[in-house]
Each structure stands twice: as C-alpha cells, then as structure tokens.
Design a protein around this ligand. Structure first.
Ligand code: GDP
Ligand code: MN
Length: 368
C-alpha cells in the first residue's frame, strides 16, 4: 500500500530525516493561510498516489503569495493522471543546489533489501537506469547483519557527493533504512534528496508498506485515516457468498464452488490477519444481500488466527437477524482452538476446501 507524501514525510522526520516546513490543506482558503504562515515562496504539492506528479502538473511553485489562492483552486479542480486532488501540501519552496536519489527497496529475487543511490536525482529511477545505469550505486543489506554507518557513508562516497556532506548523506541513508525496517516497507524512497544553503533535506518522500504487514502499522493507518475494515469486496450474481482470507484463496473457493455447480454471490477477501470484529463485519456484509442463501467461509489461517475466525462467526450468529447457514472451512494457525470453539457452540466445520464447497452447494440446492 502506497502512503501519501505528507504522511511519509512525517514518518521520515520522526526518524531524523530533515524535511521542509509544510502544512496539509483541503481548501484554497487554507492554502492561502498556510502560505502566509510560512511567509516565503511556496510549493503547492498535490497529494495523489501517482509518480511523476511534477511533470503531470501536480506541483506548482508560487513566488507571489497573492497568487496562492488561485493556484490552489486550479489544483483542487484538476486531476493528476486520473486522480482528483483532495489535499495539498503547502511547503516552503526550496532553493535547490543539487538533487540526489536515494531509495531502499526489497529485491525479491536476491531476498534482501537493496539500497540504490545516485548523484543525479529528480527523475524517476527507471529513467535513471535507462540513461545512466553506471551512475547508480547499489548496495545489498544482509538482513541477518546490522547495516552500519561506515557502509552508508561508503554509498554516499561512491555516489560522488562532495566530501563535506558525505557523513550527512550517509546518516540520512541509515535513517531511511530504519524507516524501511520499522514500518515494514517494500519501498522507502527520497527523490529528490536536495542540497540547499540550509542543508540537506527530503524534498519528496515515497513509502510503500507491505500489505501483509499493514495490520500492525497502526500509526500509519491513523495518520492516513484508513478504515480498519476495508475489504476487497465484489458482488456477483449467484447465491452463495464466498469469503476467504487472501485473494488467491478466495478465488480458489469460487472455482471449487463452480466445479460442484454452485454460483458465487460475492468475492470477499478479508485480507491477512483479520480481527474477530472484521470477520463478523464481513459475514454481516454478505448476508445483508438478500440473494445470499448460504455463506461459504474459507479460511486457511496464516497471519489470520482460526480462533479469531471462530469467535467472529459466533458473534455474528448471536447478533444477526437473518438465519443464513454458514459452511466453515477452518484450518491453519490455532486450528485446535478455533475448531474447539465451533464444536462447543454446536457448529460443524470442514478442514478441506473441497468438502466445504460441496456441502455449501448441497445446502443451497436443498433450499429450493
Ligand atoms: P514527483 O514528481 O511526484 O516525484 O514530485 P517531487 O516532489 O519529487 O517534485 C518533482 C520536482 O519538482 C523535484 O525534482 C524538484 O525539481 C521540483 N520541486 C519540488 N519541490 C520543490 C521546491 O520546494 N522547490 C523547488 N525549486 N523545486 C521543487
Ligand atoms: Mn519525486
């Protein structure tokens, strides 16, 4: 999941990376006021989750503060690569001497984080790699060892930055690595990292959090105001609601159902590590659809715990007004506890997806 620039900047700053003074606004009035508070020329930056905002017209530099309202109004009314602009970051305009590129991402084939850095920043890394691949410094971090200050300084030195700023750039690379680990990122990028008369700072900030770890990144969910019970949910024309944990498993559940002659009424992926409460909400959501005759809950616990699932099911059965049969396939993490909870409540369950799908179709057919 990609995080907005303003949130990423807060996170970066919290780990010691300098960022320019800024304020997040939602109206042209607020933008005007924020610019006056800053009292210097500003950059108005559209908070959209797309790369290359600058080129697409999402960043406006305003020297004459009387023009802020009008410029902000134009930005709010615009779309940047298809995404409408709801928030702007009003930031002190920087007098940029040089732009560098620094990023840390997960190299899946090497199974290690990789630091990439380049003296020429500003453009996208893909473009950099095409035009000047030899100028990109690459350093793999051994996940079993500590990433040390001298290694970060070595990267800065290889980039070719001036001697007097090697240690500062090195320490920012270390800070960025701390962000990467602490926030379960798959990418943490500063492009550009800029040199000004005031020092070195992150003019832009990009942070992508691993979706499977998002459940434990509560601070980010809070700043970004992301609802905790966001499901991947699609309504379909059939009458058996399919709920699974993970998109692949949910799709397999649908396939299995079709194989035995059933028709899915939903695709609902509760994601990894869903809470008891979210399981209840997911079931409530699907049975609020009157076409749904049977619920097929297909859980293979990994991060998701089978006991949480079982409790979520019991809670919903207690609270719900509609009496819809739920066919449960429950295995994986804490399965003994989960299956015990269901059995004690007099509920049956399956451990094989195939058996559960068959049963769901059978129950559904017997209801006609
Ligand atoms: P991106 O296009 O989405 O990557 O947005 P960035 O925040 O990286 O901005 C793109 C480019 O706009 C940067 O590389 C800078 O050249 C320029 N830019 C951004 N902020 C400022 C600023 O405060 N002052 C100046 N002079 N240029 C800026
Ligand atoms: Mn950028």
């Amino acid at each position: 999941m990609r995080i907005h620039e303003h949130t990423a900047k807060k996170i970066f700053q919290g780990e010691g990376i300098p960022v320019p003074p800024s304020q997040l606004v939602e109206t042209p009035q607020e933008a005007q006021k924020a610019a006056e508070n800053i009292g210097k020329p500003v950059a108005l930056k559209a908070q959209v989750l797309v790369g290359g905002r600058g080129k697409a017209g999402g960043i406006k530099l305003v020297d004459d503060l009387s023009q802020v309202y009008k410029t902000a109004e134009e930005l709010f009314g615009s779309k940047i690569k298809g995404e409408s602009v709801k928030k702007l970051l009003v930031e002190e305009k920087l007098d940029i001497k040089s732009e560098f590129y620094v990023s840390i991402s997960m190299d899946r084939s090497a199974r290690k984080p990789i630091v990439m850095a380049c003296l020429d920043g500003g453009m996208e890394i893909e473009e950099l790699a095409r035009e000047n691949p030899d100028k990109i410094v690459k350093h793999y971090v051994n996940p079993l060892e500590e990433f040390l200050p001298y290694q970060a300084r070595e990267i800065a030195r290889k980039m070719g930055v001036e001697n007097r700023i090697i240690s500062k750039v090195g320490s920012i690379i270390l800070d960025l690595f701390r962000v990467f680990k602490k926030y379960d990122a798959t990418t943490a990028e500063i492009n550009p990292l800029v040199l000004t008369d005031e020092g070195i700072m992150a003019a832009d900030a990009k942070l992508i959090i691993d979706d499977d770890a998002f459940y434990r990144q509560k601070k980010i969910a809070e700043i970004e105001n992301i609802p905790k019970d966001k499901f991947a949910y699609v309504k379909l024309p059939g009458n058996i609601a399919v709920i699974g944990n993970g998109a692949g498993l949910t799709l397999s559940g649908m396939d299995m159902l079709k194989l035995f002659g059933g028709e899915p009424a939903t695709f609902l992926d509760i994601g990894g590590g869903a809470s008891e409460e979210n399981i209840s909400k997911a079931i409530q959501l699907v049975i609020s659809n009157e076409n749904v005759k049977v619920v097929f809950l297909n859980v293979l616990g990994g991060i998701t715990r089978a006991d949480d699932v079982a409790r979520g099911v019991l809670n919903v059965l207690k609270a719900s007004e509609r009496d819809v049969p739920i066919v449960i396939r429950l295995t994986g993490t804490n399965e003994d506890e989960g299956q015990r909870i269901l059995a004690e409540a007099g509920l049956s369950f399956e451990t094989s997806m195939e058996e559960a799908a068959k049963k769901a179709v059978k129950i559904c057919n017997s209801m006609d």
